[in-house]
Design a protein around this ligand. Sequence first.
Ligand code: ZN
Length: 428
Amino acid sequence: MSIDLLLKRGVLPDGTTADIAISGDRIAAIEPSIEAEAGETIDISGNLVSPPFIDPHFHMDATLSYGLPRINRSGTLLEGIGLWGELKPLLTEEAVIDRALRYCDWAVSMGLLAIRSHVDTSDDHAMTGVRGLLAVREQVRPYLDLQLVAFPQDGFYRAPKARENTLAALDMGVDIVGGIPHFERTMADGRASVSELCEIAAKRGLMVDMHCDETDDPMSRHIEQLAFEAQRLGLQGRVAGSHLTSMHSMDNYYVSKLLPLMAEAKVAAIPNPLINITIQGRHDTYPKRRGLTRVPEMLDHGIKVAWGQDCVLDPWYPLGTADMLDVAFMGLHVAQMTSPAAMRKCFDMVTTETAKIMGLTDLGLEKGKRASLVVLDAGDPVEAIRLRPDRLLVMSHGKIVSRRAQQTSALSLPGRPAAVSRRFDPPN
Ligand SMILES: [Zn+2]
């Protein structure tokens, strides 16, 4: 076996120390100690090595457009959709591609190497984004997995050309079927849209990922129909409900029936904590709802859950960094997942759990899998969430795609050390 690169003494997410040998684009070995000749050897002693970060919910057609043509004054989902509607006619394929590639650069530097992005298919203007992101998907393929979801943002039935354009986008090679049932004109239309879109997915052998019940209305129950269709059409394990914020406000008795149905249908959940905490509850006075779906309860039912980022600098959200640890940090707080096991789970919900939901079976820190990984300036996954630290090294398909030197702050304080890092060794 010829080893191209040997990473020495990294800390794996389970706390063990290991050497990792890379051959070509594969992980050739992960063992407590590997003594072998290698093209290059890098000492990563004491630093966490993780599988790549993965974002299961994003909008790459809109990213980095903040302020175009104006900002969202109310902060609501509905004004965001309206604002995006003003921007869409102004889109050019070139500008979409330029912004998306710029975002992918940010992502790579943060060890974010797989992204599921929805792409608007509501009208002819939106198709500029479809064409742009299909080109971007090919361009970034050597270093970043980009899954695209056909997303009739203005309503599959409500927007006159959404149905036609959604089907056209799928014909053009968009990977996954999306939807937005809570934005259709009526509950009945919403329900019907879930059924028809799931039928389209089943017929084409595609996965489903719908914006579902992204509202504070406790009566928005399209997730029930999504679970029903997943089961009826044999789509178990291939359907995700994104947001599911109405569940925050639902009647507890109803939820006690709903969660087992989701588990039975193997429907995954993709909450987006940065956006949910910002956009939901805007019609409330006080107390003001958080709007995050019931994450710990879903996990208790065996439902797969992954944290998504949703937006970075776009009509819906004025911030964002492409750092999935920001997302896990916010999710942990809002869902009150503060036990050691729950905090650890939050890390998996931006790495390994996400890979399962997205069907990315080639990713993971195991012998034979693709050599894509991240080295972080942290000692373990929970410390990584606490610090949201520098990514010291990012590898994709066996190639180092980003590096950053370890930093400390130089201190000038009487009687105190000359430098400080905020890493923490728990007292014995
Ligand atoms: Zn979204």
